[in-house]
Design a protein around this ligand. Structure first.
Ligand SMILES: [Mg+2]
Length: 392
């Protein structure tokens, strides 16, 4: 069997363009779906996939590890840059989809069978709707509480919020107090049985990240995400050591060696590897094995499109240390129009039963995708009150 071509199918989704990767084979009707969505880098990723196709077209798609090694190591430059690692991931996921289809089993079945009966989902406030999640101001704690109650009424037992504002390298009490009011209001609204997460989006400096982590510690967050830049591993480690709240990070890390450094420094308790950025299942399984050695839990970053979600779910059914899956359901209304999934979500509990279809169990309606062609992603620019550039 040979790979005969690699196509990209781009579907606009407001803040993102979903980049679906279709790997074609010479076996009639056999192809695989992957996803390589990278917001604000859509054209770059589509081009990178074109460059990689030159390496793998004509090769046997079942030699997944061998092809991964080619994509990572050949063409001189290693595949660790996020554009290339995302492109590799898209192709790698599609190759595993092909292998699953060839054997007539879901991907998780290829890696030793399922290790759990269901997977818990968490949502973003507003269901991943750009305006609710990213644009609710932190001086509006009441709105945070309303959105939190809404998530719970939709069946979620866990949700994530952006309760930490864009933060200058040093701020006075106001930013810290605003974040605390939002978290206090959410906790009051949903009680202790619901898990609340706060994503700092790596907005704070290490010093401010420490202050946010300490002030939010008494509220029993399930985890606190990216309290400072992912490059500041020693500061992540210091924050992780200073509070009881588990620190989560990893969505911007693209390869095994970066995770090795993070884990060795004990920079987190939860590893948020992204299957569409860290080289696909092939590299993610190595990262997961390494995380196991440190007893670090897995909670993949997954705000992208539906193939990414299917991949995160397949991964979760194969990984003992996997605790929860990020999900968005209200980002754009056409999500359900373009995809059919093999896994089933129980709407009452927002837990997922295993996919029983081969591979990733996904089918994409390419005619429906044509209705939502590429558009420039909605810009998200942050400037501090003095006009200096901030982190979104
Ligand atoms: Mg995040």
């Amino acid at each position: 069997m040979k790979i005969t071509g690699i196509e990209t199918v781009v579907c606009h989704a407001r803040m993102r363009n979903w980049v679906f990767v279709k790997v074609l084979t010479d076996q009639p009707g056999l192809f695989g779906w992957g996803e390589a969505t990278l917001e604000w880098h859509t054209r770059g990723v589509v081009g990178a996939i074109e460059d990689l196709a030159e390496l793998v077209v004509g090769e046997d798609p079942t030699r997944v590890e061998h092809l991964w090694q080619m994509m990572w190591r050949q063409h001189f430059w290693h595949g660790s840059g996020v554009v290339r690692s995302t492109a590799i991931a898209g192709i790698d996921l599609a190759l595993w989809d092909i292998v699953g289809k060839l054997h007539g089993v879901p991907c998780h079945q290829l890696w030793g069978g399922r290790v759990r009966d269901s997977i818990r989902l968490y949502c973003h406030l507003g269901g991943g709707n750009l305006d609710s999640f990213y644009s609710t101001p932190v001086d509006n704690a009441k709105r945070f509480a309303e959105l939190a109650s809404e998530a719970v009424s939709e069946g979620f037992s866990a949700f994530k919020s952006m309760a930490v504002p864009p933060t200058m390298p040093l701020e006075g009490l106001q930013a810290v107090k605003s974040a605390e009011s939002c978290v206090a209001a959410m906790r009051d609204a949903v009680g202790d049985d619901i898990d609340i997460m706060v994503d700092c989006h790596a907005r704070p400096s290490p010093a401010m990240g420490m202050r946010f982590a300490k002030v939010l510690d008494p509220y029993g967050l399930y985890f606190l995400e990216e309290p400072c830049w992912p490059e500041s591993i020693e500061s992540l480690a210091a924050i992780n050591a200073a509070v009881t709240t588990p620190i989560a990070t990893g969505e911007r890390m693209t390869h095994l060696a970066a995770f090795r450094d993070l884990f060795a420094a004990r920079g987190c308790e939860i590893c948020q590897l992204d299957l569409t950025h860290c080289g696909g299942f092939t590299e993610a399984r190595r990262i997961a094995a390494l995380a196991d050695a440190y007893r670090i839990a897995l909670a993949p970053h997954n705000p992208q499109g539906p193939v990414s979600t299917a991949a995160s779910i397949e991964f979760g059914f194969s990984q003992p240390s996997y605790i929860i899956c990020e999900s968005v359901h209200s980002d754009v209304p056409w999500r359900e129009e373009i995809v059919q999934e093999g896994f089933v979500v129980d709407a009452a509990t927002r837990t997922v039963a295993p996919n029983t279809r081969p591979g990733l169990g996904i089918s994409i309606d390419e005619d429906a995708v044509k209705k939502y062609p590429f558009q420039q992603e909605v810009p998200q620019r942050v400037f501090y009150r003095d006009g200096a550039v901030g982190d979104w």
